[in-house]
Design a binder for this molecule. Structure first.
Ligand code: FAD
Length: 397
């Protein structure tokens, strides 16, 4: 290729920044436009599983993720009221040995910061903040992007990495209707000195008839991440950044084990999020424009794959643009390589959600039977191995 295309990325989130990093490493010129005035991430923790950490290592971020992340020493399943506990395999410090790459619990802000620093080291002025994209024109030889401030920029290829409410997605294929799941999620962080000893180094899923709680340490073990899902019809706001109160959160988990009550009291500001789903898109790319991350496959977080899929997308997109000279052909190879896997993960995440809330969990005897049959070690391995074993650095594009 005589001159590599100039790629415009809309959205400096996890997926957009990963794509920018992978493209800059391959000699593409990249500019990223972000609507937020500051590159400061809210949100709490997320899992970077071996399929994601493999990509971050390829991008030179291993030292940073090992410094900031936590590799939990075990993962437990706990019964909501009694606290009875079972150990479940697969998500611990042995992931490196099993999958050749670690399983990490990270603060979203720490992951975001390492991606921002990586992009800026390669091209200091690549990220443009306070630029809200409003639309684009693809004239066949390039793409012109418009912004709320009246400005425009032109590039060879446009990537819509602008998250669940993507304007690029709406313009390409029309609005994707969100469907409310009937659940809300409470999220927050507890300082580790307020956390009972047994939760400090491991991950845990607490399950019940009407909700579930996921706990894991982040930020070098200084904080415990709390995510509580609960059946509730009256809160339908799809945003990660709306604060609630400790009293309201505690009310939603009335009757849960005293350890959970104690953690909720330590939450500082809990944030509440209406959990919505969209059907996976049938098409991700058209002409010189393609989508990645939540813009084309937002998911329920039950398999912990929202950020991991966006990370995989970013690398595969860069590999496709390197492999195929023609922009349209490169974007359609990217879509072909990614769409079946992401569609399957979104579907499996829905199935997984239903395993965490079951009638049988109301009673200790039926609960034990349910957990031993539905969460047996071989089932857990089957749910996760195909996800964690995927290698975005080598799969065919
Ligand atoms: C604030 C927030 C908190 C989250 N917290 C968690 C969590 O705790 N745990 C978890 O598992 N997942 C969380 N998620 C979801 C998870 O991070 C995503 O699944 C994953 O990051 C997907 O990456 P993405 O790059 O596709 O989207 P995002 O990371 O959402 O990035 C999209 C970016 O595009 C920008 N943008 C949107 N519209 C425009 C526009 N018109 N013009 C310019 N820029 C635009 C946004 O500001 C954002 O920076 C969170 C998402 C957000 C936005």
């Amino acid at each position: 290729m005589a001159k590599k295309p100039h790629v415009i990325v809309i959205g400096a989130g996890i997926g957009g920044l990963t794509a920018a990093l992978a493209l800059l490493d391959r000699g593409f010129d990249v500019d990223v436009y972000e609507r937020s005035p500051e590159l400061k991430e809210v949100g709490a923790g997320l899992h970077v599983s071996p399929n994601g950490s493999r990509v971050l290592r390829e991008l030179g971020l291993a030292e940073r993720y090992l410094r900031d992340g936590v590799q939990p020493d075990a993962r437990y399943l706990c019964l909501w009221d009694s606290g009875q506990t079972w150990e479940i395999p697969n998500h611990n410090s042995q992931a490196e040995a099993r999958f050749g790459s670690p399983y990490l619990c990270l603060h979203r802000g720490d992951l975001h910061a390492m991606l921002v620093d990586g992009v800026r080291q390669r091209k200091p002025g690549a990220i443009h903040v306070a630029r809200t994209c409003t639309g684009f024109t693809d004239d066949g030889s390039g793409v012109t992007v418009s912004f709320e401030d009246g400005g425009t920029v032109r590039g060879d290829i446009l990537i819509g990495a602008d998250g669940i409410h993507s304007v690029i997605q709406k313009q390409l294929f029309g609005p994707a209707e969100p469907k409310f799941t009937g659940y809300i999620a409470w999220r927050g962080l507890v300082p580790m000195d307020q956390v009972p000893e047994r939760f400090r180094t491991s991950a845990a899923n607490w399950i019940s008839t009407t909700g579930s709680i996921t706990l894991y340490p982040v930020r070098r073990g200084e904080l415990l991440n709390f995510i509580g899902n609960i059946e509730r019809e009256d809160w339908r706001v799809e945003s990660w950044i709306v604060p609630g109160t400790i009293e309201e959160c505690a009310r939603d988990f009335t009757g849960w084990h005293e350890d959970i009550q104690r953690l909720i009291q330590g939450l500082g500001t809990p944030f509440k999020w209406g959990v919505f789903v969209r059907d996976p898109l049938q098409q991700w790319a058209k002409g010189r424009v393609a989508l990645l991350g939540d813009a084309c496959h937002s998911t329920r977080p039950t398999l912990g794959q929202g950020a991991n899929m966006a990370i995989e997308d970013g690398l595969i997109l860069a590999r496709a643009l390197e492999a195929y000279e023609d922009a349209e052909s490169a974007l359609s190879h990217y879509e072909e390589a990614r769409r079946p896997r992401c569609t399957q993960i979104v579907k499996k995440s829905m199935e997984q959600a239903s395993r965490r809330h079951a009638k049988d969990l109301a009673d200790p005897v039926t609960a034990a039977r349910y957990i031993e049959s539905q969460w047996s070690p071989d089932k857990v391995v089957e749910w996760y191995d195909w996800i964690y074993g995927y290698d975005a650095t080598t799969v065919a594009v």
